[in-house]
Write a protein that binds this ligand. Structure first.
Ligand code: PLP
Length: 359
């Protein structure tokens, strides 16, 4: 079967070139006669793979020495617990912004360990717009301020970085590497790998070194940022295959011209899709224009009863995984770095034909 276009929100499309390279090396990495999966994480071979991946990631986001980069287990959801356990004392105040479902999951988990203050919620506009910062009610003294720059499900994104007197923490799972960021504005950035980095099961944490060592005594050892940092993410066995594949993705992003070049393509892809939606009466997206995600584009059809027909005909045309999140309904096209512009062109064309036949 020929390759199709995959609009899955996660685990998401990987660059075809990366998969081909991984396939070529699957049985025999660099002439060593072994697969990466079978190597000791402490072998010189894997240590070099790991170090190179970290360096490429640092280069891509221009991450300075004052930050540690951790490769950890448990996806982004484990970080929802890891954050309060690493950065706040028991029952200490922590501030959270609520812009959608992923914010709420982070809030719910943090509330098990810390005193969560929700500084603002986008609920009053049905989570279709990022609330401007002047109405946020931040605490006098919080251990950190957490927000979700890109809400993967409702397609709501920040196009600005909040100001904060306390360490700023961002869940960048669905937006990391889609464009440049000023890492120095953040205390912690974390991301599950399966959207824009690599395979599921890995998360990457960028943490300012001055924040290491604030963890509670009772934190699970393998979750302690300091322990993980001191051991170069090898306190216990890391997800080696995911780490290696992520490294291949970093090299691919570099070869595309880095994150600034990715952003240009991502903006073009998103503009094409939003234009198609906005210029039709058949499709709609209710997110405020200044809060629209470049990565996840939810949209509805004028008649919900056409949803399953849309999804099945799209599949027949090789356009996969367009059904919206189970809590949101409608459609959603996730157009991460590895989804080529040709995929968006094909989708826009399909949407136009579907509207003509059913509108
Ligand atoms: C997918 C996602 C998560 C959850 O990631 P897991 O690896 O499944 O834990 C958290 N936050 C955001 C913004 C996401 O898109």
């Amino acid at each position: 079967m020929s390759r199709v276009f995959n609009f899955c929100a996660g685990p998401a499309a990987l660059p075809t070139q990366v998969l081909a390279e991984a396939q070529e090396q699957l049985l025999d990495w660099n002439g060593r006669g072994l697969s990466v999966m079978e190597m000791s994480h402490r072998s010189p071979e894997f240590v070099s793979i790991a170090a190179e991946a970290e360096q490429d990631f640092r280069d891509l986001l221009d991450i300075g020495d004052e930050y540690a980069v951790l490769f950890v287990h448990g996806g982004a959801s484990a970080q929802f617990a890891s954050l309060p356990l690493n950065l706040s004392a028991m029952g200490e105040r922590v501030d959270y912004v609520d812009t959608g479902l992923w914010s709420q999951k982070a809030i719910k988990e943090a509330a098990r360990y810390a005193d969560v203050n929700v500084v603002v919620t986008a609920e009053q506009n049905q989570f279709t717009e990022v609330p401007e910062q002047k109405i946020w009610r931040c605490s006098d003294k919080a251990a950190y301020l957490h927000y979700t720059p890109n809400e993967t499900i409702n397609g709501v994104a920040f196009e600005w970085v909040p100001e904060s007197d306390v360490p700023l923490v961002a869940d960048m799972s669905s937006v990391i590497l889609s464009g440049p960021i000023d890492v120095t504005r953040f205390g912690v950035i974390y991301a599950g790998a399966q959207k824009n980095i690599g395979p599921a099961g890995l998360a990457i944490v960028i943490v300012k070194k001055e924040l290491l060592g604030k963890a509670r005594q009772d934190i699970p050892t393998c979750m302690s940022y300091k322990v993980v940092a001191d051991n170069h993410s090898m306190y216990n066995t890391p997800p080696t295959l995911a780490w290696y594949l992520s490294g291949l993705v970093f090299k691919w992003v570099k070869a595309q011209g880095g994150v600034a070049a990715m952003e240009l393509v991502n903006r073009r892809k998103a503009a094409k899709l939003y234009n198609a939606i906005d210029s039709s009466d058949f499709y709609s997206n209710t997110v405020a224009v200044n809060s629209r995600s470049l990565m996840n584009v939810p949209f509805t059809l004028s008649d919900d009863r056409l949803n399953s027909l849309f999804v099945s005909q799209a599949e027949e045309s090789g356009l996969l995984n367009l059904a919206g999140h189970r809590t949101a309904g409608g459609m959603r096209a996730s157009i991460y770095n590895a989804v080529p512009e040709a995929a968006v062109d094909a989708l826009v064309e399909f949407m136009s034909v579907f509207e003509r036949d059913n509108g």
